[in-house]
Design a protein around this ligand. Structure first.
Ligand code: FES
Length: 74
């Protein structure tokens, strides 16, 4: 899903960078997310926060499956 329409940045792009240890400011510099109209900033920050929390996005996806480490899918 595209999070930032202005810069064509997807949720996958943001999650990949967040999981690599980057914070929102670093991701913003790297991808350009939330650097134009700014409407995407809240969603982008939320994605980064989810990845930084103890319950990352991947864990939410795994909650529906009981087998195997398939958490890399986003
Ligand atoms: S939608 Fe991201 S800056 Fe406009």
């Amino acid at each position: 899903m595209i999070v930032c329409v202005c810069q064509r940045v997807s949720d996958r792009d943001i999650v990949r960078h967040a999981r690599a240890g980057m914070g929102f400011d670093d991701i913003q510099l790297e991808l350009g997310v939330a650097t134009c109209c700014g409407r995407c900033e809240g969603c982008a920050r939320e994605l980064v926060a989810q990845c930084a929390s103890s319950h990352p996005v991947a864990a939410l996806h795994n909650a529906t499956t009981s087998d195997g480490p398939q958490g890399a899918r986003v």
